[in-house]
Design a protein around this ligand. Structure first.
Ligand SMILES: Cc1cc2nc3c(=O)[nH]c(=O)nc-3n(C[C@H](O)[C@H](O)[C@H](O)COP(=O)(O)OP(=O)(O)OC[C@H]3O[C@@H](n4cnc5c(N)ncnc54)[C@H](O)[C@@H]3O)c2cc1C
Length: 321
């Protein structure tokens, strides 16, 4: 029996989210008294396996495993060989495909969007924020016994990543052809995101839920333009679909350290703070004088952003002119 982690990698480097999940898996394995086993599947998986910090690492190397259907074959083989009681993975489009397919094939449950997991009364209970992260739901699995209980997918950034390290043992995994593949791997191209890289900007205007809606970003965009900066956002904004995920700052977004960060309509939740607290100067604009952002801002303006942002932009533009 084991705790099994599905490990992802890009350009031969283990994804930070997988290193985080391995950390959670390590704690879970020790609580359950089970070994921590990992699977790496895809081109060059045998080399990546040499740096995966687990008791045993299975590798399934080859293009065949680059597509989800091949990944499911490999993961199913790893579950069988390791006697996995639970499969853990970081959330991504690929791992959702592979682990979702595995759950369907083996007829087990899947808990998504989890941020924690504990071993309790002989079973596995995942913790999952819900209702706009205002409550934490605890979800276990029915059935499973000594076999596979289910799969848990974790939000990116939920755990501190482990350092890559040589595994206790590494082994090539024999993956029988399931004959279920309807895809083949034809190559990999970098997608043109077209977005800006907010981590490179000296000035960021952080826009929060206080803006009120997707049509109200013109003010912060103009302010960013006057200061030669970019717009960054909070998770609340991204989850609402108001702005692109690539602009999200925080625990499950980007970590930024611009010279100037102006937080507009942002409450200052800890998960946002961890992504921007290293900024040189932090200015907060918020109508609530008790908003947590004022506890760590260098300068604070209490008031309505709809009044303050246009005034600030006009004054800065006039001074620049
Ligand atoms: C595991 C986990 C990971 C997370 N990761 C992230 C992350 O990476 N990044 C992130 O940002 N969050 C993250 N969150 C969510 C985080 O907890 C907060 O929910 C989120 O940061 C709140 O965003 P906000 O400040 O935009 O919205 P709110 O908390 O709703 O704050 C809006 C603020 O706007 C102010 N306001 C409203 N109207 C006006 C006005 N007219 N003028 C001035 N001020 C106004 C309000 O007073 C309020 O303070 C995560 C949560 C969890 C559980």
């Amino acid at each position: 029996m084991s705790i099994l982690v599905f490990v992802e990698y890009h350009d031969g480097t283990i994804a930070p989210s997988s290193l985080g999940v391995l950390g959670a898996g390590r704690e879970l394995a020790s609580a359950a008294g089970l070994p921590l086993v990992a699977l790496v599947a895809g081109p060059g998986a045998d080399q990546v396996a040499a740096n995966v910090p687990a008791d045993t690492v299975y590798h399934a190397a080859g293009d065949r495993f680059q597509v989800a259907a091949g990944g499911i074959d490999a993961l199913a083989a790893a579950v069988e060989k390791s006697g996995a009681r639970v499969v853990l993975a970081g959330a991504s489009v690929n791992s959702a495909d592979v682990t979702g397919g595995l759950a369907g094939r083996l007829g087990v449950g899947i808990n998504t969007d989890a941020t924690g997991i504990v071993f309790e009364d002989g079973g596995f209970v995942a913790e999952r924020p819900s209702l706009e992260d205002s409550v934490v739901v605890r979800c276990g699995f029915t059935g499973g016994g000594d076999g596979l209980s289910g799969v848990v997918l974790f939000r990116a950034g939920s755990f501190s990543p482990l350092e890559p390290a040589a595994p206790g043992a590494s082994e090539a995994l024999d993956v029988p052809e399931s004959g279920r593949r309807a895809q083949q791997f034809n190559g990999l191209e970098q997608a043109a995101t077209g977005g800006v890289d907010i981590t490179k900007s000296d000035v960021l205007i952080g826009a929060g839920r206080g803006l009120g809606g997707p049509d109200n970003f013109a003010g912060v965009e103009e302010l960013a333009k006057v200061l030669g900066g970019e717009v960054a956002t909070t998770r609340a904004v991204v989850d609402a679909g108001w702005y692109a995920y690539s602009t999200q700052v925080g625990q499950t977004g980007k970590t930024v350290a611009p010279k100037l960060y102006i937080a507009v309509g942002i409450s200052g939740a800890i998960q946002h703070k961890v992504g921007m607290a290293s900024s040189g100067t932090i200015v907060a604009i918020n109508k609530d004088p008790h908003a947590p952002i004022f506890d760590f801002a260098d300068f604070g303006v209490v008031g309505d952003l709809n009044t303050i942002v246009p005034q600030l932009k006009d004054k800065l533009a006039a001074r620049k002119g």
